[in-house]
Ligand binder design. Structure first.
Ligand code: HEM
Length: 493
């Protein structure tokens, strides 16, 4: 068992917050057969799919089964399923407490080839007929090359990251302010997508989107369509039933629907990202094709996709917390540590903002932007949950649903279901809790390396979110956020 797993499983001598105060499995915990089942062929998976997408929704789907089986580990089906996903096996073993979930990070016992979104994998046509980094197992030498390349991109772009972010934020909030002044409220979703596309393209591709008017005005929409078409069979929209089941969850949409846009993005990266492509070839031994399609995946799927989910959730959490006095506390902390001028914002300055960071972590805990993680047993092994030990057979697919795992009452002891913005502050013992914050497919205290599948941007994502919050409280004395819109703003005097 790897060092990582040993740490996650812990021992009786670890801190009281350890998810595993029990002795090693063999001595005390009962070995149980994994409860639950897959139902009748075809019918079982379809019933589960309808529950998942329609009658229950993902959270209730997992919670109900956890209660029914009195276990955080059980067998079930997850979508997509029959009738038109014939090659896809929907059978999984759900792992829903912190201890059980942490097995997903142990690359000695699980493998992660082609399981980014489960047994279903979107066609490689969406990624230039290549399997990009996120679909590669750590045993694949290509994974090492690309993962190291992605870590290098972030290291090198760290010098322009904050100035690019601040300049893109200036133009996003200028637009929102103008709209609020004109119409009394402004939706932030699309301005935010434009801001993300512009900022991330500079940092990841090293290119300025404004060199191509079409990419500058529509690049974010091109990425939205490319993402949507790939992921529709796995996404719960929850408002269009039963049309959603018939038209969105029953079959895969073909690449040609977005081929034209994707090719425009490829051409843009080939033309404007020459420097980063050259580095990938000379320092990481990647071909031009491998580099371009991986860059587009990192830009479009990992970065733009991740932040497009995360930042709106962050704003919505801020809106929800207005009445708790959080805004005043954040503003005080931001201005105390960094004054009122966005020029003074830096990675170092936000690292000093404990409450801002805690708020960001709590948002990631309750709303992990990538809710489900999958991994396949590399060999037979014993999986330990808080309550029992289960025999897992080589080839079985584990599925962790983080929104439930992150409410594990044995770890997040204080009101696990409630948003506590200061949960991760030192005063509350929050630094220890970072060991169990898993949004990046690994603990927040871990390190993303070529030997694991943890998000390459594990450090920079929460820091960017903290900068986003700090910027907001430097710029405004007061802001009201509600239902995806900004309704009132009072700029800093
Ligand atoms: C809010 C933003 C982001 C979120 C929520 C996020 C989340 C994740 C998650 C959950 C995974 C693991 C997926 C799995 O294997 O199950 C992952 C992998 C990855 N992420 Fe991120 N990510 C974000 C931003 C970024 C950014 C900005 C980069 C830029 C370099 C990045 C690069 C990667 C890469 C390269 C992988 C694949 C790691 C590997 O295969 O070893 N991510 N991300």
């Amino acid at each position: 068992m790897s060092a990582m797993m040993a740490r996650m499983i812990g021992s009786p001598s670890t801190t009281p917050l350890s998810p595993s105060p029990q002795p090693p499995p063999s001595s005390s915990q009962p070995v149980r057969a994994v409860p639950g089942g897959y139902g009748w062929p075809v019918v079982g998976p379809i019933i589960d799919r309808l529950d998942y997408f329609w009658f229950q929704g993902p959270q209730k789907f997992f919670r109900k089964r956890m209660e029914k089986h009195k276990s955080t580990v059980f067998r079930t089906n997850v979508p997509p399923t029959f009738p038109w996903f014939l090659g896809v096996n929907p059978n999984v073993i759900a792992v829903l407490d912190v201890k059980a979930f942490s097995h997903l990070f142990d690359m000695e016992i699980v493998e992660k080839a082609n399981v980014l979104v489960g047994d279903f994998m979107p066609s490689v046509k969406f990624t230039g007929d290549l399997r990009v980094c996120a679909y590669l197992d750590t045993s694949d030498p290509k994974h090492t090359q690309i993962k190291n390349f992605s870590l290098d991109i972030l290291k090198r772009s760290s010098a322009i990251w904050v100035p690019s972010l601040v300049s893109a934020l200036d133009s996003m909030w200028d637009k929102i302010d103008a709209e609020v002044a004109k119409s009394g409220s402004a939706s932030y979703f699309f301005p935010m997508q434009q801001f993300l596309f512009s900022f991330l393209t500079r940092c990841i591709i090293g290119a300025d989107p404004s060199t191509s008017p079409e990419i500058a005005s529509s690049g974010h929409i091109m990425l939205d369509k490319w993402l949507g078409v790939q992921l529709l069979p796995t996404i719960n929209i929850g408002i269009l039933q039963p049309l959603e089941e018939l038209f969105l969850h029953s079959f895969s949409y073909p690449f040609w629907l977005v081929k034209g846009d994707y090719n425009k993005l490829v051409q843009f990266v080939e033309k404007e990202g020459k420097e980063v492509i050259k580095r990938a070839q000379t320092e990481f031994n990647l071909t031009e094709q491998e580099t371009v399609h991986n860059l587009l995946f990192i830009l479009g799927f990992n970065s733009f996709g991740g932040f497009s989910i995360f930042l709106p959730t962050l704003l919505s959490a801020l809106g929800d917390q207005e009445s708790t006095g959080l805004h005043e506390k954040l503003r005080y902390e931001v201005r105390q540590k960094s004054g009122s001028n966005s020029n003074s914002l830096s990675f170092d300055s936000v690292k000093e903002m404990e409450l801002v960071q805690s708020f960001v972590y709590e948002t990631l805990r309750l709303n992990p932007p990538v809710p489900s993680q999958f991994a396949r047993a590399r060999k037979d092994f014993k999986l330990t949950s808080h309550d029992a030990v289960y025999e897992i057979k080589k080839g079985e697919l584990l599925c962790g649903y983080q929104p439930l795992v992150m409410k594990d009452a044995k770890v997040f002891v204080e009101s696990p279901e409630t948003f506590l913005y200061d949960r991760f502050t030192k005063e509350k013992g929050g630094t220890e809790l970072l060991n169990y914050l898993y949004w990046s497919n690994g603990p927040q205290t871990g390190s993303a390396t070529a030997a694991n599948k943890q998000c390459a941007a594990k450090e920079i994502v929460p820091l960017t979110a903290a900068l986003f919050v700090a910027y907001l409280f430097q710029r405004y004395d007061s802001i009201t956020i509600s239902s995806g819109s900004i309704t009132v703003v009072e700029k800093a005097k």
